[in-house]
Ligand binder design. Structure first.
Ligand SMILES: NC(=O)c1ccc[n+]([C@@H]2O[C@H](COP(=O)([O-])OP(=O)(O)OC[C@H]3O[C@@H](n4cnc5c(N)ncnc54)[C@H](OP(=O)(O)O)[C@@H]3O)[C@@H](O)[C@H]2O)c1
Length: 332
């Protein structure tokens, strides 16, 4: 089968299109013919080696990239009772979706409702699950909560705005351009400001009567985190869930005290998808909202296995608005 692998870490040049054997489903696993794969910033981080020593997401080289896929079950391993060949399914946080087939533990796989196109399922799980646990389990947003969402026109940003609004929160958002700000507004953000080298923090304080917001969702890291502290109210919560601008390596906890006894957390999706029941609960919420029209996900662009490098470059240069996906095969 065709796959996109890395043998070493680096820029887009390390991506290799390679023919490898179709994997075999072992006990408790299913073999899925992938129709579409989600393309995530995490794939870039992985390609660059940022997960080289991770215990949450251990990488073995050579590694077939891609952490999110949708398609059809073609074989089940011993002991699998929840899925059958022919089932339309999706999954995330298992490497190997930039390929024609993938083997995944059955407990991580959910059925895709008949009315939902597989490409939408491939675009929805990784970012949808993330926005869901951030809004409901980490920040516990409720009516009246104020929050700030960075990179608001991005894949997670757009979903998080919508979920936060559904919780009754007031949503402030940041983007790098006025065009992206329009996207965030269209998704429901109450007020959008540009980062302006950290001046967003002053704008947010002003908009909140000098207090700052209850919660900041910061996926950017190095370039924004300290200004995110300034945008947070006394004893508020800063959720640093990504580091697209680079890691924050020199943070002294005393800074949290000086910023108003803030709470800082660095959560990971894997710790919020511990079992099949939780995965199904989050999938029901995301698929259900997509089907009833209350959640919109923009598929920004579709790529093929031949142009993964281009997809990564567009993401890295901040030109993507919404979610890119990889069309692997039209057959499922
Ligand atoms: N902790 C978790 O559970 C979890 C789960 C999923 C993803 N993540 C992380 O969340 C982050 C965002 O992932 P995503 O897939 O949703 O990406 P994304 O938000 O769709 O895209 C990245 C966005 O970040 C902004 N950005 C700011 N500085 C940037 C820079 N130096 N380079 C590139 N983009 C920059 C850009 O928006 P503007 O131009 O508007 O700034 C860009 O659109 C990644 O670090 C990813 O690993 C974490």
């Amino acid at each position: 089968m065709q796959s996109i692998q890395i043998d070493r870490y680096g820029g887009p040049e390390v991506l290799i299109r390679r023919r490898i054997p179709v994997p075999v489903a072992g006990p408790g696993e299913v073999l899925i013919r992938i129709s579409h794969s989600g393309i995530n910033f995490m794939d870039i981080h992985t390609r660059e080696g940022k997960y080289a020593t991770s215990r949450t997401y251990p990488v073995m080289l050579p590694c077939t990239l891609g952490m999110e896929g949708a398609g059809q079950v073609v074989a089940t391993g011993e002991g699998v009772t929840t899925l059958l060949p022919g089932d339309r399914v999706a999954y995330c946080i298992v490497w190997g979706s930039y390929a024609e087939y993938a083997v995944v533990a059955a407990w991580r796989v959910v059925r895709v409702p008949a009315a939902l196109p597989l490409k939408m399922a491939a675009a929805a799980l990784f970012h949808g699950f993330t926005a869901h646990y951030l809004a409901h389990d980490v920040a516990r947003l409720e009516p009246g909560t104020t929050c700030l969402i960075h990179a608001a026109s991005g894949g997670i940003g757009q979903i998080l705005i919508q979920l936060a609004r559904r919780c009754g929160a007031r949503v402030y958002a940041t983007t790098s351009t006025p065009e992206k700000a329009e996207v965030a507004r269209a998704r429901g953000a109450d007020q959008v400001v540009l980062y302006e080298n950290g001046r967003f923090a002053d704008a947010i304080r002003e908009a909140t009567g000098g207090h700052g917001v209850d919660v900041v969702f910061d996926s950017i890291g190095k370039a924004t985190l300290r200004d995110s502290f300034r945008a947070t109210r006394r004893r508020g919560l800063v959720v640093n869930y990504g580091t697209v601008s680079g890691p924050v390596q020199d943070l002294d906890p005393i800074e949290l005290g000086e910023a108003g006894s803030l709470f800082l957390t660095r959560p990971r999706l894997a710790d919020h998808l511990p079992d099949a029941q939780t995965i199904q609960r989050r999938a029901d919420a995301i698929f259900g909202a997509l089907l009833d029209g209350s959640l919109k996900i923009t598929i920004a662009r579709q790529y093929s296995l031949d142009n993964v490098a281009e997809a990564h470059a567009v993401l890295e240069t901040r030109q993507m608005v919404g979610k890119p996906i990889l069309t692997v095969s039209a057959s499922a």
